[in-house]
Design a protein around this ligand. Sequence first.
Ligand code: TRP
Length: 333
Amino acid sequence: MKKPVILTGDRATGPLHLGHYAGTLKNRVALQRTHDQHLLIADMQALTDHADRTGQVRDAVLEIALDYLAVGIDPDRTVICLQSGLPALAELSMLYLNLVTVSRLERIPTIREEIASRGFGRAVPAGFLSYPVAQAADITAFRAELVPVGADQAPLIEITNEIVRRVNALAGEPVLPEARALIPEAGRLPAASGRGKMSKSAGTALPLSARPEEIAAFVRSMYTDPGHLRVEDPGQVEGNVVFAYLDAFDPDRVEVAELKARYRAGGLGDGAIKRRLDALLQELIRPIRERRVTFSQDPAQVLELVRRGTERARDRTRETRDLVFRALGVGAT
Ligand code: TRP
């Protein structure tokens, strides 16, 4: 039986972090056994708001590939590829741009919010405004059926499917499959401060290469319950960052439930729950960090893996490009 096709990707702006691990990397390691999985390192998408930082984007390609390998992505099971090495994505983007209006793009929540929060206004780079179209090209070029992404990306899968339906209607036949977003049940990890989510741009990320001291300091700095002054006092579990992380990472649900009950009743200190979380995160990150160090000793080999994956992806995406262009009567093929 043919395995269902997955395509997902990461903007190449810097190394991935613990939030990515909880939200998607862990899932991808599991999914590679049962799915035909492709991971796209999106360097062209990164340029839509990093056009003056090509060096940073270039460096991030290796960092992300290292993160993939370190968490257990197996290049024999998952195709790791680079967006800029796949011309069919650009060709499909050019075509799709004619099927979408500027006002539709401006209505996409993440686009609208980012234009506001960065103060772009009308000076928004055209590439930035239209990256959802390029992302639709990414997804459809692989003829992906399943797209594991964070909840914020769901509207981008919606617009992808609008494009798919437009293409199929124009072609008069189902050329492209619709894609389904696979969204993790747990929301994103909070920042240690409890204000906002873990994010690299906000400077609140714990990298997957974090040293033991860095992990310990991160856990120590976590916001708990400011009203929980003495161990005997009843404490709040809601909004308590330590418990949010225990919920995300502690496999012993029963014990976590007991800890919450004791914390609420009073008699369980912040020190105790932080020690538990620290031990857990140290155990989780140590093997990732060690594998990352090993792979980083031979960057040429890692980039060669990306090159080979990109070559494989080139065939698949070119095939889709030809299929779509032919079905719509575009070009000479
Ligand atoms: N926009 C995604 C992000 O910011 C990254 C991405 C690029 C992507 N191309 C993709 C995700 C295709 C899913 C499918 O995280």
